[in-house]
Design a protein around this ligand. Structure first.
Ligand SMILES: [Fe+2]
Length: 354
């Protein structure tokens, strides 16, 4: 939120620290805005990166600090080209980057504790449109994350809903992801308890600072938990922010129920556990009944939070689905989905969510 930016600059000045501001970061940040940010960083002789904003700002900040110390090999089409996860970038990323302080202004992305940075690669020649790509490294996690619920008090209800459903999607996808990581699973369930208990309250009463704090910590924990992996919802949703502009959290909210149904035969017991974390009394339910109750609860949240009824309602051109389905297969997230996805599955899931 822009109002937070001068506050941060004033606080630094009051401590005798000089700062430069770079704020030309668009939603779904591109490699172009990252490159411009690096130019500002170097021109101003900075030595720390402070990200004040939502997921786009924090993801761009991670890429800016990466390029502050990592020179691209000659001949690459993009400064970030060698560092994307899908070309083995993790092996090329060193820890000698400037310190990163993250101050999230939304409760959803959890980028302050995630290892990922999602950047829209404008240089791609292999597809006929820009595509989101991930830079993934343990060094991407912020050195310091400042979680101040007061900053999120002014968040509009629609943004509160979308970012909150992004966080819930993180918790559910991480909990059922295929990597073995019992610590992350425990954190995911606690995150889901906190998020589901407070998302309606912050949507209807955005000035409740206690509920805002629960959402902020819940989103942070859900992001921590997706060190275990994410799933097909994110691979699909990542295709919907570049040329089919549906905000990430809204895309997740719409896609989550059909993906849970697709995964059900491979994750029913875990979905029953998710139902309990979402506050459903499952004591008299069979496992499958409890698992389906979790899906119903997501649909109930979507209705109450006034999410679009489907991707068509959200603005997707149905004719783009075959291309988007093919691109979803290129995204790294579905590798940890409990059920293996084919390109036909991706297309069918887009259709089911339409
Ligand atoms: Fe997300």
């Amino acid at each position: 939120m822009l109002v937070s930016l001068p506050k941060a600059a004033d606080a630094l000045a009051a401590s005798g620290l000089s700062s430069a501001t770079y704020s030309d970061i668009e939603p779904n940040p591109t490699d172009i805005s990252v490159t411009q940010g690096v130019e500002v960083y170097k021109a101003e002789a900075c030595d720390v990166v402070i990200a004040v904003g939502g997921g786009s700002v924090m993801d761009a900040a991670k890429a800016i600090r990466l390029l502050a110390t990592h020179e691209p090999p000659a001949g690459e089409v993009s400064n970030l080209a060698p560092y994307y996860a899908d070309v083995g970038g993790v092996e090329r990323i060193r820890g000698d980057m400037p310190p990163l302080i993250c101050v999230p202004t939304t409760a959803g992305t959890g980028s302050e504790v995630s290892q990922g940075s999602i950047i829209t690669d404008t240089s791609l020649q292999t597809t006929d449109r820009w595509r989101k790509r991930a830079i993934v490294t343990p060094f991407n996690m912020a050195n310091i994350a400042l979680l101040d619920p007061g900053i999120t008090l002014g968040m509009p209800s629609a943004l509160t809903a979308a970012t909150g459903m992004d966080a819930i999607t993180h918790g559910i996808e991480a909990y059922v992801a295929t990597k073995y990581h019992p610590i992350a699973e425990g954190v995911a369930l606690q995150a889901l308890r906190m998020l589901s208990a407070n998302i309606q309250q912050v949507y209807h009463n955005g000035e409740d600072v206690t509920a805002r704090g629960e959402m902020l910590f819940g989103s942070c924990m859900a992001a921590f938990s997706f060190q275990k992996g994410l799933g097909a919802v994110h691979s699909l949703a990542h295709q919907l922010s570049t040329d089919a502009p549906i905000p990430h959290g809204i895309a997740n909210a719409i896609l989550l129920p059909p993906v849970m149904e697709f995964n059900f035969s491979h994750a029913n017991e875990k979905y029953a556990e998710v139902a309990r974390a979402l506050g459903i009394d499952t004591r008299d339910m069979e496992i499958d009944e409890a698992g389906y109750a979790a899906i119903d609860k997501i649909r109930a949240f979507n209705a109450e939070l006034k999410m679009p009824a489907g991707l068509g309602d959200a603005g997707l051109d149905r004719g783009k689905i075959p291309k988007l389905g093919a691109d979803a297969m290129l995204d790294h997230c579905h590798k940890f989905n409990p059920r293996v996805c084919t390109e036909e599955d991706m297309v069918a899931l887009f259709e089911a969510a339409f």
